[in-house]
Design a binder for this molecule. Structure first.
Ligand code: AMP
Ligand code: MG
Length: 343
């Protein structure tokens, strides 16, 4: 079976940083760190006299959270929960907080976000790298272990049924981005851009006071399809193109699973980007809206309206919410794509 496993490196491109006179001005000195964490590449860039220690502290925070939430690290909280055979596990408060948020969002999205999907994900080989198409009977059996309502969370204690497993991959990076941003803010940083494997967390504006220019990736070619101008928000994208494999049948199987069927989502959406002040909301929603599909995603937005979104469809149409319309522009080679405004 042909396997393609592309890490979501550079899903969003940071534009407009570096290389100009800010660097010469000590007050607005730039410091940037690139590193691999949480299974992806991250680049943190901050401006100001204290940028360097602030960026290093934010990087340390990411490493700390990674140690708690890794599904493969035998010392992580998530590993302990996933190998607990029904026993109660005491976890770090940060893990309890993230799981609590993920369970709330699972309920809120009617199970489109499903933090207990891990056994099914493993059957498709997305966790092991040995991709395969599982039989329907196998999926049906595994789906019996899946369900956010099967997780008992009491303060910092977690209990699951034997065989039940959690995966915080759909919300963890967004949450970690919020934590990193908070560290920078506490240290007085007013201009920074965190690229968390393509998810962007913008702090303040660019040092010159103008908006950050965040590139929206073309899910088909990997090029930059358009620019979103933002300040003080997170921009998080989910897409099956980030991690997928091609089966012997020639079909593309993506890493976002529809918990209703146990199959990779196939609903005509190529990518969903969510823009809001909190990274954790963006991350939870980008995955959940991807699962919901175009119609339900629009309904969900109309009921909540506390975020903006951009959906790119497999047929090349773009749907975006009215609040982001004026901040988004297509690059010249994409000018023929049809933009539909959701209001
Ligand atoms: P994201 O890139 O934030 O959309 O998260 C995708 C990751 O979340 C996948 O690689 C899986 O680890 C996990 N996942 C897949 N499907 C779901 C789902 N329906 N709900 C929650 N997590 C999921
Ligand atoms: Mg997500």
């Amino acid at each position: 079976m042909k396997k393609i496993n592309i890490c979501c490196m550079m899903c969003m491109l940071m534009l407009g940083i570096g290389g100009c006179s800010w660097k010469q001005n000590q007050d607005m000195a730039e410091h940037s760190e690139s590193f691999f964490a949480m299974d992806t590449y991250m680049t943190f860039t901050a401006y100001g006299a204290d940028a360097e220690p602030a960026v290093l502290a934010a990087q340390d925070k990411i490493r700390e959270l990674e140690e708690l939430w890794s599904v493969t690290d035998k010392n992580s909280d998530v590993y302990a929960v996933n190998h607990s055979s029904g026993q109660t596990v005491t976890v770090d408060w940060k893990t309890a907080e993230l799981l609590s948020y993920a369970l709330d969002m699972a309920e809120e999205t009617n199970g489109a976000l499903e933090p207990t999907i891990y056994p099914v994900l493993t059957a498709w080989g997305f966790t092991t790298g040995e991709n395969r198409v599982p039989a329907e009977t196998e999926l049906a059996e595994l789906l019996e272990k899946v369900g956010y309502d099967k997780v008992e969370l009491n303060n910092d204690q977690i209990q699951m049924e034997p065989g039940g497993m959690i995966d915080l991959g759909a919300v963890g990076k967004g949450y970690a981005g919020d934590e990193a941003a908070q560290i920078l803010r506490e240290r007085g940083i007013t201009a920074a851009l965190l690229d968390i494997g393509g998810n962007i967390q913008a702090i303040g504006t660019k040092p010159d006071g103008s908006d950050w220019r965040v590139g929206l990736k073309d899910p088909f070619s990997g090029g930059v399809l358009g620019i979103i101008q933002v300040s003080d928000v997170a921009v998080v994208t989910s897409g099956n193109y980030e991690r997928f494999f091609i089966g012997e049948d020639g079909k593309v199987y993506g890493h976002i699973i529809d918990p209703a069927t146990g199959h990779p989502v196939e609903n005509g959406i190529a990518s969903v980007s969510v823009i809001a002040s909190e990274g954790k909301l963006c991350d939870a929603l980008s995955t959940a809206l991807f699962v919901m599909g175009l119609e339900n995603a629009q309904d969900y937005w109309r009921q909540h309206r506390n975020y903006e979104m951009i959906l790119i469809m497999e047929d090349g149409d773009i749907y975006l919410t009215e609040g982001i319309r004026d901040s988004f522009s297509l690059n010249s080679e994409y000018r023929n794509m049809k933009i539909n405004v959701i209001d």
